[in-house]
Design a protein around this ligand. Structure first.
Ligand code: ADP
Length: 687
């Protein structure tokens, strides 16, 4: 109800009468502060008034010129707005039954007969006024309730919209709306993060503007399938290419919203970051390819260079492989070849390869974090690096360096991958080296076997010859005629060959003792080294004579005594002196004994052929020889056995030599090397 219709809390009562005096009289009767009597002089006017105001009751005169009361009532009943307003007919003709019927037929609820009784008029009007008020109150309550409902639903709606907006914005997955022609319409925070654009900038772009060119065909195919109605939902994996920073792989799901008529309205796009998953898968692929390279090749240098090439650009922009003890890198692979060459050159000039023992992650090369960063990378535009050692059986064999420029910086996951790769590479290097060593050992053993058979054969031939000579003489029955000196000479020659054979066999037996850890010292005290030296050198006089060597002994007058294994020391001296005679034939030989307090020193020096520098480290090893078997006989065991014996005495042996200028072997022996009489397990038992 409008304010005018029900103003100031007054109830409208419409009086319809063509006579003003009647209106006045009724107004007087109904004069109450809560009534507002509205007058209408005709049916037409009444209908008009009723369009403007709500009334509680209508007092309608039956007899009016023009449209009479009944006609007016009928018209009122035809109108929705007025149909239910109660009408009390006023008539001067109470006795006219026809009138009464007509009144009710016209929809009156009551009638009054003139002259009016004010009390009756008031009572009847009051009933309708009361009804009207009640109805009005109910209506107001209803209105209020409706208002409350309306406000509540508005609040609920606002809340749900806010909830939707928050969910949309805060979702951990990127969500966006894209128009059918590919423009971004709406995007949440996560999506903007993935693309690396603030939302305002993003909304000026198209979907295709932020996707890597290579992935556009897949995107366009998916979008057109959606729009042509073929598919409801489509998932693809594409890369967002942010203006700054690394590409982001996303799993993108598209679905299509249509309006009521079925026209495509917008694409709903969700995007989830799968960079890490793809990176892990790619890492695994790379690792297995690299492993194949490493396992498939015995040439570890070539395999490592292959791995470096494989790593660029898949896991790095630059890969350097360095091996300990080398003068420069083994391999450098770089996306920028010129830069790679410069880095390789620089490292080669630095000449020594620095080998780290711990893996290092330099996530940001421009930010010093205490650990020294690999040199020469930051200056050349590389921003992040990893250095991992190549460790096998506890030994650092080398290192691998990986570096990137304008890409996602390295993380702990990359470090793990690099360590895994380095582990495999180190194993491959170690295996290749072990294989080479094993091959070397086999070669040395085969050489030894051929030398040994030759060496064992050498004394046999003259021995056989001498014996055949004796037998021949005897068969001819001439043995008696042979002068005793000849017989002695023949037997002496035989004995020398037998001794030679025995000594070769002893050497072989010693090697087998040493390798099986059965070399035992029989230590006695005192053993005088001076006396021993004199005895041994005197045994060699004849051989020295044959070799045109003069052996000079320089030793203190007093004994130089220690707790040693006499026979084993004799063996050491014998080996050194016989080598001096063999390799220094025709030159003077010096054998020197010195007393150095707690230790004794023995030096055997000749001026013979000497030893090439590169051989010096090896000649004390089993079967190792520095000369050709054709030029000099020998099993390559003398120095090996000597060193084992000296080691067992806790002493040391070394040589100083120059090719063509002789050799000086020095043995240092502690005077009391052992508490018990047994030797520890000999070193180098496996050769
Ligand atoms: P062999 O003499 O049977 O070859 P050794 O173990 O005694 O075996 O010596 C190993 C190698 O050391 C020899 O082959 C030789 O090249 C070198 N060598 C040993 N003594 C001398 C020496 N006095 N002068 C030069 N070379 C020597």
């Amino acid at each position: 109800m409008s304010a005018e219709a029900y103003a100031g809390g007054q109830i409208n009562i419409l009086v319809v009468d063509d006579r003003p005096e009647n209106v006045t009289a009724l107004s007087a009767i109904l004069d109450r502060h809560d009534y507002n009597v509205v007058a209408a002089g005709s049916g037409t006017e009444a209908l008009k008034r009723l369009l403007e105001i709500d009334v509680a009751v209508i007092l309608l005169d039956v007899r009016m010129p023009g449209m009479d009361g009944f006609e007016t009532a009928r018209r009122m009943r035809q109108r929705e707005r007025m149909r239910s307003v109660p009408i009390i007919f006023l008539t001067a003709d109470a006795g006219d039954l026809r009138l009464v019927d007509e009144a009710y037929a016209a929809g009156a609820v009551d009638y009054l007969v003139k002259p009016l009784d004010p009390a009756v008029v008031r009572a009847k009007v009051a009933v309708f006024a009361e009804l009207f008020l009640k109805a009005e109150q109910i209506r107001q309550k209803e209105e209020e309730r409706r208002e409350i409902d309306r406000r509540r639903s508005a609040a609920l709606l606002a809340e749900s919209e806010e909830l939707f907006e928050t969910t949309f914005q805060e979702a951990a997955i990127g969500i966006a709306h894209v128009s059918p022609d590919g423009r971004w319409l709406r995007a949440n925070t996560r999506l903007c993060e993935l693309i690396g654009e603030p939302v305002a900038d993003l909304l000026r772009l198209r979907l295709a503007d932020v996707v890597r060119v290579e992935d556009l065909p897949a995107l366009q195919d998916a979008a057109s399938r959606m729009l042509s109605g073929g598919e409801k939902l489509r998932t693809i994996e594409v890369r967002f290419a942010p203006r700054r920073g690394a590409d982001v792989w996303v799993r993108m799901t598209m679905s299509l919203l249509r309006d009521a008529s079925g026209t495509p309205k917008r694409l709903v796009v969700t995007a989830d970051d799968v960079t890490e998953r793809r990176r892990a898968a790619e890492s695994q692929r790379f690792l297995s390819e690299a492993s194949e390279l490493l396992i498939g090749s015995r040439d570890h240098a070539a395999a490592l260079a292959g791995v470096a090439r494989l790593a660029v650009p898949r896991v790095c922009d630059l890969c350097i492989v360095e091996l300990a003890g080398e003068a420069g890198p083994l391999a450098v692979a770089d996306v920028d070849e010129e830069r790679g060459a410069a880095i390789e050159q620089e490292r080669r000039e630095a000449s020594r390869v620095e080998i780290v023992r711990d893996a290092r992650l330099h996530a940001d090369l421009s930010h010093a974090d205490g650990t020294p960063a690999p040199s020469g990378l930051r200056e050349r535009g590389l921003t992040s690096a990893i250095v991992v050692p190549l460790i096998a059986r506890g030994r650092a064999l080398g290192a691998m360096t990986f570096a990137v420029g304008v890409r996602r910086p390295y993380s702990a996951a990359d470090l793990e991958l690099a360590e895994d790769l380095a582990h495999r590479a180190a194993l491959a290097i170690d295996n290749a080296r072990l294989f080479a060593q094993a091959q070397d050992a086999i070669r040395v053993r085969d050489e030894f076997l051929s030398i040994a058979s030759h060496e064992l054969r050498t004394p046999l031939t003259p021995l056989q010859l001498q014996l055949q000579r004796l037998l021949g003489v005897r068969q001819a029955g001439l043995i008696e005629t042979l002068p005793p000196d000849r017989v002695r000479a023949i037997l002496a020659r035989c004995e020398r060959q037998v001794t030679r054979l025995a000594s070769l066999i002893d050497d072989l037996l010693d090697v087998s003792r040493i390798t099986s850890g059965r070399l035992k010292l029989d230590v006695e005290y005192p053993v005088d080294l001076t006396e021993l030296v004199r005895e041994i050198t005197s045994r060699f006089q004849e051989e020295a004579h044959r070799a045109s060597c003069a052996i000079v002994v320089r030793a203190p007058e007093e004994p130089v005594e220690g707790a040693w294994d006499r026979l084993r020391l004799e063996q050491v001296m014998t080996n050194l002196v016989s080598n001096a005679l063999k390799y220094g034939a025709g030159t003077p030989i010096e054998v020197i004994v010195e007393d150095a307090g707690d230790a004794a020193t023995l030096i055997v020096r000749d001026e013979g052929i000497g030893i090439a520098q590169e051989k010096i480290a090896k000649i004390f090893d089993r079967f190792e020889r520095g000369v050709s078997a054709r030029a000099y006989g020998g099993l390559g065991l003398g120095l090996y056995i000597a060193r084992q014996i000296v080691d067992a005495h806790k002493g040391s042996i070394h040589v100083v030599s120059e090719p063509g200028h002789g050799a000086a072997f020095t043995v240092e022996l502690p005077k009391r090397p052992l508490s018990s009489g047994t030797a520890p397990q000999a070193r180098g038992a496996h050769g």
